[in-house]
Design a protein around this ligand. Structure first.
Ligand code: TMP
Length: 215
């Protein structure tokens, strides 16, 4: 690009099991970045507002049944359909703070019988690669203390424990910039950790092109 090209924004993802506080922390991070003069927007996956997202939402609410492979591919398609707008925003210098991404996709499907990590990763290969993935770590005991799980599909303690193990496998991949955050701290302390890591990622992202995930 020309010398006047704006610095790109960073792609920042928050992952973790249910009750870890991902959504709260995504909102707080976007607010903090905006207040310090950095353009930032929040996104979440699944994005239930699209046509594909509505199919997923109906499945999660147990209003419809979908074959396990088919729904996995729908979750992936839901990410791919947002890629053009994500790239546009990043190029405009907007930092994207994303509540769940391909890592949730792989972790949740791969605990189902007959699925391996490798098959689950394939459809998401080549997605925009996050500059930073923060994993909000919370023990299942602490998650249980935070109250009951909801009524949606996957919201049981056994399923969440199995998902946690899959996340741990994914975190061994050193091609991804993982940071583990202790989510058992109070909301403000977790927030300060997250802000610290995010400023570093935003600074680094300015000077390197956006990568391709798992490629
Ligand atoms: P949420 O909207 O409360 O974050 O819940 C979405 C649910 O969908 C959650 O149980 C995790 C699950 N999920 C998948 O199974 N695959 C995916 O690719 C994503 C993004 C989420």
């Amino acid at each position: 690009g020309g010398a006047m090209a704006a610095k790109r924004g960073a792609l920042i993802v928050l992952e973790g099991v249910d009750k870890a506080g991902k959504t709260t922390q995504c909102n707080k991070l976007v607010q903090a970045l905006q207040q310090s003069g950095r353009p930032a927007e929040m996104m979440r996956f699944p994005d239930r507002t699209t046509t594909i997202g509505q199919l997923i939402s109906s499945y999660l609410e147990k209003r419809t049944e979908l074959e396990d492979h088919a729904v996995h591919l729908l979750f992936s398609a839901n990410r791919w359909e947002l890629v053009p707008s994500m790239k546009r925003k990043l190029e405009q210098g907007i930092t994207l703070v994303v509540d769940r991404y391909a890592f949730s996709g792989v972790a949740f499907t791969s605990v189902k019988p007959g699925f391996c990590l490798d098959w689950c990763m394939k459809p998401d290969v080549g997605l925009p690669k996050p500059d930073l993935v923060m994993f909000l770590q919370l023990s299942s005991a602490e998650a249980a203390r935070r109250g009951h799980f909801g009524e949606e599909r996957y919201e049981t303690s056994d399923f969440q424990k199995a998902v946690q193990q899959k996340f741990e496998q994914l975190m061994k991949d050193e091609s991804v910039n993982w940071q583990v955050i202790d989510a058992s701290q109070d909301v403000e302390s977790v927030h300060l950790d997250i802000v610290g890591h995010s400023h570093g990622a935003i600074r680094l992202a300015q000077d390197v092109p956006l990568g391709e995930l798992w490629k």
